[in-house]
Design a protein around this ligand. Sequence first.
Ligand SMILES: *Cc1c(COP(=O)(O)O)cnc(C)c1O
Length: 417
Amino acid sequence: MNHPVLTRADCLARDAADPLAALRERFDLPAGTIYLDGNSLGARPKAALARAQQVIAQEWGKDLITSWNTAGWFEMPRRLGDRLAPLLGAHAGEVVVTDTTSVNLFKALAAALALQAPHAERRTIVTERSNFPTDIYMAEGLAGWLQRGYTVRLVDTPEEIPAVLGPDTAVLMLTHVNYRTGLQHDMAALTALAHRAGAVTVWDLAHSAGAVPVDLHEANADFAVGCTYKYLNGGPGAPAFIWVPRRHQATFTQPLSGWWGHATPFAMASSFTAGEGIGRALCGTQPVVSLALVECGLDVFGATDMHAIRTKSLALTDLFIALVESRCAGHPLGLVTPREHPRRGSHVSFTHPHGYAVMQALIARGVIGDYREPAIMRFGFTPLYTSFTEVWDAVDVLKGILDEEAYDVNAARGAVT
Ligand SMILES: *Cc1c(COP(=O)(O)O)cnc(C)c1O
């Protein structure tokens, strides 16, 4: 492909014309850092500090336990779910923000298996070997623990999925955008295939929510879960979400039947009766301080829409790919992320034989991405706060490191890579 020669001035011009450029002001980003890891931990919305102070000093400090009612703490999982719903193509009353992605996946998967319970021959959960490990582990955990012959079948490539869906398939459980490669699945097409085979779908939107347009209803998906601390900028360890469409709510059952999912939690009944609607996806008391901050991230999305975000995301990732391939030509870099727009999420991964060491050198020079086994350098592009000029500058730093071989192949590894 013949790319027009790009300059830093071109990138500055793109920033000047970027309709989302002003949103960067809503985030606190340290000077001298180019942050390309919003796919793993979103940057801090400036408003989060004051919100945390309000929750801690006023709502907790002064109003104490009355805040469950007066500050809306009890309603927060539903209220935030309703605010998040439009980003997912979901309706109000179908999403709660609660627990972790791993735990919500467990609930969704259990509910999906329960739907299939009448079909004794459907005992396989199909997913990808390249799925995020916790998704596989949670499926293995549930399948093994049930002791009813459930197995987890791992496919090695997306192309294998249609052929493995069959009369033994209970659930097709996929992550919409692959955490490592950035490959985006066609949710509608795969859901239709799964349904044709009699399977139920569970979608993990960890790298999709706030990153790419998602339309769960249009895709006719069955269940979905995802993170708020990645592209939604909810804060480290912020509670995750679970979506149960209205058509599945009446039959939705999950084994973590805690009191928050009860029809009348404060009746203090001695036996569980599931509440109506999405409330039955809840389990117990939520981390209020952390939960409250999720709203600060969602507020920023209120100032734009996923179409504008997607347009800029593709422009950023196209630019990054073109600059790396032209300016770092000759170095052993391999693009892992699909070039075709519909198959790409909002991060770009390149392999390099010394990927870990090169990433450490990048971080030391203020360009923060991350590393994933095997040999993959991952760069996240978050249209709310990443500029075109930063993409230029990041590639400039990468080129310098590669040209000078300025990386330590024996770099020590931290617990988190
Ligand atoms: C980030 C991520 C998770 C994280 O799950 P936690 O329970 O929050 O640790 C799960 N699944 C996928 C696909 C992810 O990308």
